[in-house]
Design a protein around this ligand. Structure first.
Ligand code: UT7
Length: 336
């Protein structure tokens, strides 16, 4: 077990996306939309849809094994698993338990975090605190989502259906004695007044007498519902604030940041935020074109790709920022 107050750092990253590519033209075969509308509004060109074998836990396991190998560790070195997802394999237990069983780690702590698009940053914050407290040593943080089986692939659901894709990302966090590297600080926020601006109403235990009302398919309350304009406004106002807040908290300036890895919800949102803050385009990671919005996985996938293509190097100062359903918004600053 780590000593008290050892800082935490990212030791390894990995991701997995299912092989089936679904282009905008493929969606246009299913309902009334177009490649032009989707690209113009969101920047998305294609996304991945999983098959029956790629459940959230199965994809989470694949991403986890890659991240553990990337960290130079063995699976047995992991002493806690945190899984962030809004699309768990089952209502309960959480997907972290299913991933734990798949990895063959009986007895290892397993925790699910339900914070949608900010799930990965909420998870990083919890993992960081547990490592600093000496409670756990090597924590696996996973974001994994299967959206494709839960969206309304009809013209009525097109505003949401075109945005989301399936995938998983994993990070391995461990202690470090080097105060120059690691997770430098986090800011987490939420405003539940916006909870119904992006949500799936049913099934749920607020329904009586049955949590899965028969009407949920007819009235489509089983599908995500979004007030797109409200979410857009929330994102472009809160993201700059939370990014500035985490920089102030950690004593860095925006100019010190080597690269921004934002949640991949909409290329237009991220471009607008970067422009507003004066961050040059080459310092912002975008991969929404290929994967759509993979929610809890998106920052992890983008971070891994930026490490692979050399934009994140040892020593890079990386700003992570996310917003989404809840509403929730968050930022973390990381030195690799
Ligand atoms: O992690 C958080 C995830 N969510 C977000 O980040 C969403 C944030 N919001 C947005 O990105 C934008 O609000 C959207 C891209 C979702 C929508 O863009 P918009 O400019 O706000 O469009 P709108 O909803 O006002 O719809 C404009 C038109 C409507 O038609 P009419 O009423 O003008 O005739 C819609 O019916 O576009 C229509 N429309 C579509 N047309 C083709 C809506 N969805 C589609 C579609 N294809 N997929």
């Amino acid at each position: 077990m780590a000593g008290d107050n050892a800082a935490a750092r990212i030791l390894g990253t990995g991701f997995y996306v299912p092989p089936r590519v679904v282009t905008n033209d493929d969606l246009a075969q299913m309902f009334d939309t177009s490649d032009e509308w989707i690209q113009q509004r969101s920047g998305i060109q294609e996304r991945r849809f999983s098959g029956p074998e790629d459940t959230p836990a199965a994809m989470g396991e694949k991403a986890a094994r890659l991240a553990i190998a990337n960290a130079g560790l063995a699976v047995e070195d992991i002493d806690m698993i945190i899984a962030a997802t809004l699309s768990p394999d089952h209502d309960f237990p959480g997907s972290a338990c299913f991933i734990q069983a798949r990895l063959g780690l009986p007895g290892t702590a397993a925790l699910d975090i339900r914070n949608q698009c900010t799930g990965l940053l909420y998870s990083l914050t919890v993992a960081d605190a547990l490592i600093r407290a000496g409670q756990h040593t090597n924590i696996l943080v996973i974001g994994t989502e299967v959206h494709s089986t839960g969206i309304d692939l009809s013209t009525e659901g097109r505003d949401v259906a075109v945005l989301f894709g399936d995938g998983a990302a994993a990070l391995v966090l461990g202690p470090t004695d080097n105060p120059e590297v690691g997770l430098l600080g986090h800011c987490l926020h939420a405003d539940g007044r916006g909870a119904r601006d992006l949500w799936i109403p049913a099934p749920g235990s607020s329904y009586f007498p049955h949590r899965a009302p028969k009407s949920m398919y007819e009235d489509k309350s089983v599908f995500p519902q979004m007030n797109g304009r409200a979410v857009f406004k929330h994102a472009v106002t809160k993201l700059p604030k939370v990014m500035a807040e985490v920089l102030e908290k950690t004593g860095y300036r925006l100019e010190d940041v080597d690269i921004l890895v934002p949640h991949q919800a909409n290329l237009r949102i991220n471009e607008a935020v970067a422009k507003h803050m004066g961050i040059p385009p080459e310092k912002v990671v975008h991969n929404i074109m290929k994967y759509g919005n993979t929610t809890a996985a998106s920052i992890g996938i983008a971070m891994h790709e930026a490490r692979e293509d050399g934009r994140i190097q040892p020593g890079s100062l990386v700003l992570l920022a996310a917003f989404g359903s809840g509403f929730t918004w968050a930022a973390s600053l990381v030195r690799f």
